[in-house]
Design a protein around this ligand. Structure first.
Ligand code: SF4
Length: 257
């Protein structure tokens, strides 16, 4: 599903997803119950989406744990003292909790709210990728007018106000706005890839699916946590479009009041 404004080009989202190189460790789709368990495990993971475990983000690592394709020891942060309890909980869940227990735990978490990892701010909802896509979509505006991005390019850039260098695959280019999927820090992609330097970019908009929290109204100013954010940082923005459980957010700001 695309939530583009009339100013931008339409693309076939399915084709785009299929064209994106997936990491060799990425897991197949899980059944409903396994997805529920994977979600529960994901909520115990550090949420840094750093790729150190060999998977493109914490979501895929959770899926791999449930599928039995990976060990928890692949995440170096889970081994740190600050995540000791989370690590123990992941072990418990993997060793066979009942569906009821998982549901109870999910309900408890829902009540506990959605908290940013670094700023500890409370978000209204979690923004997850559109169905079948690897990350939320971001619209970028490079500050350097010489940057020439083409569909399929990998861009290296740093979002305005964010300390993390991002790598992203270009999905669309229109009117100076580049729409991308985040594909990670470099080590998620392998060392052999080529990229274009886009330098500092203004992030104009996000598109994704609301997976936790309340569905916002169009026009509302919201605080949201993009699932792929490497800092687990709560973002602010304005809902400019919604369709089912999918939203488009513009006026992105990392300064959340
Ligand atoms: S924090 Fe990094 S290493 Fe740990 S599960 Fe998430 S992506 Fe993998």
């Amino acid at each position: 599903m695309c939530l583009r404004t009339p100013l931008t080009l339409k693309v076939d989202c399915k084709m785009v997803f299929e064209s994106i190189p997936t990491h060799k460790h990425d897991s197949p789709t899980l059944g409903d119950r396994r997805q529920a368990i994977a979600r529960q495990i994901y909520r115990q993971l550090p949420g840094l989406n750093c790729g150190e475990c060999g998977y493109t983000n914490c979501t895929r690592f959770a899926a791999a744990l449930v599928a039995g394709d990976a060990e928890t020891t692949r995440c170096p942060f889970l081994l740190q003292d600050r995540f000791k309890e989370n690590n123990a909980l992941v072990g418990e869940i993997l060793s066979g909790k009942t569906g009821e227990e998982i549901k109870d735990a999910e309900d408890t978490e829902e009540e506990a709210g959605i908290i940013g990892l670094i700023d500890h701010l409370v978000a209204d909802f979690v923004l997850s990728p559109l169905r079948g896509e690897p990350s939320c979509r971001e619209d970028l505006h490079p500050f350097d007018i010489e940057v020439r991005a083409e569909v399929g390019d990998i861009l290296r850039y740093r979002p305005w106000g964010c300390p993390i260098t991002h790598f992203a695959e270009v999905l669309e280019v229109a009117h100076g706005i580049v729409t991308v999927h985040i594909v990670g820090p470099l080590h998620r992609l392998g060392r052999e890839i080529e990229w274009k330097d886009a330098g500092l970019c203004m992030v104009i908009g996000f598109e994704g699916m609301v997976t936790r929290g309340d569905m916002p109204d169009v026009g509302a100013t919201v605080r949201f946590l993009p699932e792929h954010c490497m800092m687990g940082k709560v973002h602010a923005g304005v809902i400019v479009h919604s369709e089912g459980d999918c939203v488009r957010i513009e006026g992105i700001d990392l300064k959340v009041w």
